[in-house]
Design a protein around this ligand. Structure first.
Ligand code: CS2
Length: 475
């Protein structure tokens, strides 16, 4: 018989905790992941509390709700067997809305006791292409360079560097927690280009001497906030929590030990500290995130609302396994990770019917996700002299999905910051332009012309299966 789960309460003195980490992007994922590890450490390491920062006006409502509760909330986790656990999290002890008070956040970051700035700003937040070139024409970058304030992570880190340099506040670690391969290297490279574009060589110099950029691999499937969980927490425990976060029971954090000015004893909370994060990051991005991306648009086209419903659809499940087994795993090649076992664990996590992760969430940001999550598999397969037919099927499904978005046939809003860039490629007759676009597929179309022809054929096939009427499409 299943017993009613208890609520695990905070076991440390919250008012004794001071902030040692500033985190930018206090969304559901941060609160279900890094904030949980830190929470476990605060019993014996009270100087590593988190000061949360928001840079985006659109994220204000949830940020304000969290602030109204003093940063404290309940985390609910559910295992694939349906086992539920509840835990109070208190590690976020300060919250500063930089989208309203930029300088307050910058000057807080100059406190010498802030020794790490970590961030989760999504893959599209870095504005880097496949060759790590910063897109200086992106609006947040233009705005940031022009005014010195704004929503870009680079603008904020630039301001922090200047302030810390002039205050002599000491070295600092910038810790990227987004799903990018070599995420520390990418953040460093993007920031360096940003500082150069700003013409600020003094900051380049300071950064080179005083900032480190460890790589990390982060993992926990965390759906968007859903008020049903707040209601559940209220009914069970009588607690008013407007921002209860729910995620799967699985959690993983693999971190490179490269900190400029000390770090929490992460190992004691279960973080894996390794010399080289790359194989872990690479496997996670290709197997998990790539698996999400390759299937989600087919799931949307077939009318599935949640991702688990998608992967439990026998046709889609067979496709998922074929993609992983025939293309993702062979393209990775040598790895210290048992990739078949890893694939199976991920397949079981994806099939967790208690999570209700939406196809809508996983669909968003396709323009940023394909080059990061799927292109490495495409390239690896091409390098082995094979046509990546499974990848191409998934890519074609994204294209046809976007045509359905254009035609108003998708029952949710597809959010992609690069929509205006991709939309003209959806017109009839533009399939080849899409299939040869270097910002999406790098040099694959020139190295492997079959990629282009197969993709165009797949688009045609899926278009007719999901029968988009040409008059419904922009054109
Ligand atoms: C998802 C990730 O947004 C996505 O594409 O694949 O949010 C994924 O759920 C997490 O990376 C899991 O750790």
């Amino acid at each position: 018989m299943m017993t009613t789960p208890d609520l695990q309460r905070i076991s440390y003195q919250r008012d004794q905790v001071t902030a040692g980490i500033m985190h930018v992007g206090v969304g559901a994922f941060h609160r279900a992941h890094q904030a949980v590890y830190i929470d476990s450490l605060l019993d014996f390491s009270s100087q590593w509390g988190i000061c949360g920062v928001n840079l985006r006006t659109e994220d204000r409502p949830l940020f304000d709700a969290l602030k109204a509760q003093n940063g404290q909330y309940v985390l609910k986790t559910i295992s694939p067997d349906g086992e539920v656990a509840y835990r109070e999290i208190g590690s976020i002890i300060e919250l500063i809305d930089a989208s309203a008070a930029y300088q307050v956040a910058v000057s807080r970051a100059t406190d010498p006791s802030i020794r790490i700035i970590s961030m989760t700003v999504t893959e599209s937040g870095y504005n880097l292409d496949d060759d790590n070139v910063l897109d200086v024409s992106a609006k947040p970058i233009i705005d940031g360079l022009a005014s010195g304030v704004g929503s870009s992570i680079y603008t904020f880190l630039h301001a922090v560097i200047r302030a810390r340099a002039s205050d002599g506040a000491g070295p600092i670690t910038f810790l990227c927690c987004d799903n990018l391969r070599d995420n520390g290297g990418k953040l460093r490279s993007g920031l360096l280009q940003y500082l150069k574009a700003a013409g600020d060589m003094e900051s380049v110099d300071w950064m080179t001497k005083h900032v480190t950029f460890p790589c990390s691999m982060v993992d926990r499937i965390t759906p968007r906030i859903d008020s049903r969980h707040s209601l559940d927490v209220k009914q069970r425990f009588g607690i008013d929590d407007a921002v209860t976060v729910m995620g799967e029971s699985y959690i993983q954090w693999v971190l490179e030990d490269h900190f400029a000015n000390g770090r929490p004893p992460f190992e004691q909370a279960g973080v894996e500290i390794v010399d080289d994060v790359e194989p872990y990051e690479d496997a996670k991005i290709r197997v998990l995130n790539g698996g999400h991306t390759i299937l989600t648009y087919l799931a949307a086209l077939k009318g599935h609302h949640t991702y688990d419903a998608g992967i439990l659809d026998p046709e889609l499940r067979a496709f998922f396994r074929a993609y992983e087994t025939e293309e993702v795993i062979p393209a990775i090649g040598e790895s210290p990770i048992d990739l078949e076992a890893y694939r199976d664990i991920i397949e079981s996590r994806f099939s967790n019917q208690h999570i209700g992760d939406t196809v809508e969430r996983i669909c968003m940001d396709g323009v940023s996700k394909f080059p990061i999550f799927v292109l490495p598999t495409v390239k690896g397969t091409v390098n082995q002299g094979r046509i990546p037919v499974r990848s191409i099927h998934g890519i074609a499904s994204w294209y046809v999905f976007m045509r359905h978005v254009e035609a108003g046939r998708i029952p949710f809003k597809y959010v992609d910051p690069k929509w205006n860039w991709i939309a003209p490629m959806l017109k009839r007759g533009q399939e080849v332009a899409f299939a040869t676009e270097p910002d999406l597929w790098g040099d694959v179309p020139t190295r492997c012309p079959e990629f282009v022809s197969t993709l165009v054929n797949e688009i045609e096939a899926l278009d007719s299966i999901f029968s988009v009427q040409s008059e419904g499409v922009a054109g």
